[in-house]
Structures are given as structure tokens and as C-alpha cells.
Design a protein around this ligand. Structure first.
Ligand SMILES: [Zn+2]
Ligand SMILES: [Zn+2]
Length: 145
């Protein structure tokens, strides 16, 4: 079998997704042996997922920001912007928490779940202070790639 990109070169590996042959040069192009076509498909899917992620962050985060503003009545503009920032961090914070906490409390009453989600929501706000900018930077860097 020869390389899909270089018809005169012998394939030394195969694309891990579609099985097309890759030469030494093409094998080393990415961290794993993948052909250009599969990389393009993967990047397209990844970008779509990121756009959805950003939309979700704002769709859930903005109402939370509004809720926080109505609860705390910010008097100074700085405080107001901080509350908006805090609210927008709830989705990234929630995701970070879900990643670090094991799946537990599986057998809880409805009240138990309500308390769990409430506490997790509050914690998410604070974790989001760090997760939100980190996730946005990561997403933008992938989108620009
Ligand atoms: Zn492939
Ligand atoms: Zn090649």
C-alpha cells in the first residue's frame, strides 16, 4: 500500500479512522496517524461543538446574571460587571465541577437533587470565575486554528 497523499511513497501506517495509507512524513504530521480528510471532518465537528458550547454559556449565563443583579442590586458599574461575569461563568464552572466530582448521590429524593443542584450551582459560580476565561481562551484558540 502507498501513501494517500504521495503515491510513490510506501505507507508505513494507516489513518486510525478510515484506514488510508500514510507515509513517514504524513504519519508524523499530527500527534496520531490520521489523514487530512479525517482531520478536516474532526475539526469541523469540533468547531460546531465549540459554537454550541459558547451559545449555551450565554443562554444559561445571561439569565443567571440578570437574576444575580436583581438579587444583589449592584450600585457601582464595577459591581454590576462583576455580577454579569459571575453569572456567565455558571456553565463553564458546572462543567469543571462535573469533571472533578465523581458521579455520586445517585439515589436521592427530589429534595436531595434540588439541594444538590442548588449547591452545585452556587459552587459553579465561583469555579466559573476561573473556568470561564480559561474555557473561552481555549475555545477561541481552537476556532482560530
Ligand atoms: Zn482518514
Ligand atoms: Zn505521504
Amino acid at each position: 500500500m502507498n501513501c494517500i497523499n504521495h503515491s510513490t511513497d510506501i505507507a508505513v501506517s494507516q489513518c486510525m479512522y478510515c484506514g488510508k495509507g500514510l507515509c513517514v512524513e504524513c504519519t508524523g504530521k499530527f500527534s496520531k496517524p490520521v489523514c487530512q480528510d479525517c482531520v478536516s471532518v474532526f475539526r469541523k465537528k469540533q468547531k460546531r461543538a465549540i459554537v454550541m458550547d459558547i451559545l449555551l454559556t450565554f443562554l444559561i449565563g445571561l439569565p443567571v446574571s440578570i437574576l444575580l443583579s436583581s438579587l444583589f442590586h449592584p450600585t457601582s458599574p464595577d459591581y454590576k460587571y462583576f455580577l454579569i461575569y459571575l453569572g456567565l461563568g455558571i456553565v463553564p464552572g458546572w462543567k469543571t465541577l462535573s469533571r472533578v466530582t465523581p458521579q455520586m448521590f445517585l439515589f436521592m429524593s427530589l429534595l436531595g437533587w434540588a439541594i444538590y443542584f442548588f449547591i452545585k450551582g452556587i459552587l459553579s459560580l465561583f469555579v466559573g470565575l476561573i473556568s470561564f476565561p480559561l474555557l473561552m481562551i481555549k475555545n477561541v484558540m481552537i476556532l482560530l486554528k
